[in-house]
Design a protein around this ligand. Sequence first.
Ligand code: SF4
Ligand code: SF4
Length: 472
Amino acid sequence: MYNPKSLKAEEFIDHSEILETLDYAQKNKHNAELIDEILEKARKRKGLSHREAAVLLDCDIEEKNQEIYKLAEQIKKDFYGNRIVLFAPLYLSNYCVNGCVYCPYHQKNKHIARKKLTQEEIRREVIALQDMGHKRLAIESGEDPVNNPIEYILESIKTIYSIKHKNGAIRRVNVNIAATTVENYRKLKEAGIGTYILFQETYHKESYEKLHPTGPKHNYAYHTEAMDRAMEGGIDDVGLGVLFGLEMYRYEFAGLLMHAEHLEAVHGVGPHTISVPRIRHADDIDPSAFDNGIDDDTFAKIVACIRISVPYTGMIVSTRESQACRERVLHLGISQISGGSRTSVGGYVEPEQDDERSEQFDVIDSRTLDEVVNWLMRMGYIPSFCTACYREGRTGDRFMSLCKSGQIQNCCHPNALMTLKEYLMDYASEDTKKVGLELINKEIDNVLSDKVKSILRANLLNIEKGERDFRF
Ligand code: SF4
Ligand code: SF4
């Protein structure tokens, strides 16, 4: 029944294959010889199958676990260096016809304020985001064909790209909206979106149906096959994710990797990103009602094992996680984080009033973007506002082949330095600027190609003179 090439959800996420995988992993969790073999394969940086990865996740030999963490760190360094890409979510509307039991936007929640931004309000939100220094957004919206039809989303994307306030610009809009039709995905592609993101929430069909009792999202197959339709519609960068805490994490982990294998098998390109959200407190939602929550150690192990299993896939962690937890997982494989986020509709312009709350979850890391940038640099990371690839047409398999050849490093590193310099010139506090300029000076020496180095130096000077938007 299990067939990664099938287009049917229940065949590429085959329940019995997951159960057998979990059983295999349990039986082999002390099998040092097999674990060594898997680690040896992982060192070749070609990734692992879901079965192999599941064994590493279950492995309880302390010494081998240390090797797993070390390898994850090394792979992170080799593929992503010390760069961390920054983005912010922008909530457009929290009208939703679905009944997801873990989300405060579920239709039956009558005490949350329902809001939908007008184009003028979007303009104000985007200006606020540009004034913070953001260049990359992920737009979010509930599913509601009447209030949030595709035309509304498309118009909003157009508005966002059109706003040029001072030196600000949103250069990449990623989209996180409900599963839709091939035709609508085509329209999103034409609107110039970056990544299409859709979290599976849980791969366990029975739980999925219970957690989504009403609304179109109840349809497990339609939701799970969404990425295939997105790719058919021409979107070649897609972002996967599960909401850890809903189902058993081992099940989700295997399902997630099977989904990635399926995309690779059918479309020749795996997911562009994987997000690892954990369930959080929100209006009407008590995370303790879900008894599959995972602790920070397990969370770190999941991040490390994903890093090893799909080295070419970016990994995202949001402000759902605390500063301490983000610090811990950054070096294990995370390549993108959000910063200065507001998870309410209209929250960048007007902070939420207690009697009119509309946020999707409580933000744990509530620092400003400047504080996040400063913190990253003090830990030795280069905060990057780069959006170059998709604007240069490096998406899908073109992006993956550059990644696999290692060439992408020649773009990511100088792009990170140039976009950081823009940020420092336009938005940073004095202290952040000082730390950042020192970091850039130091990092120029790490650019290997002399040609790239000299273009980079010239561009950095031009940024000082007021020019913007250079990229490799
Ligand atoms: S998770 Fe998404 S689809 Fe479900 S209620 Fe929340 S906004 Fe609606
Ligand atoms: S060059 Fe491409 S892969 Fe590298 S940070 Fe920029 S957009 Fe991402």
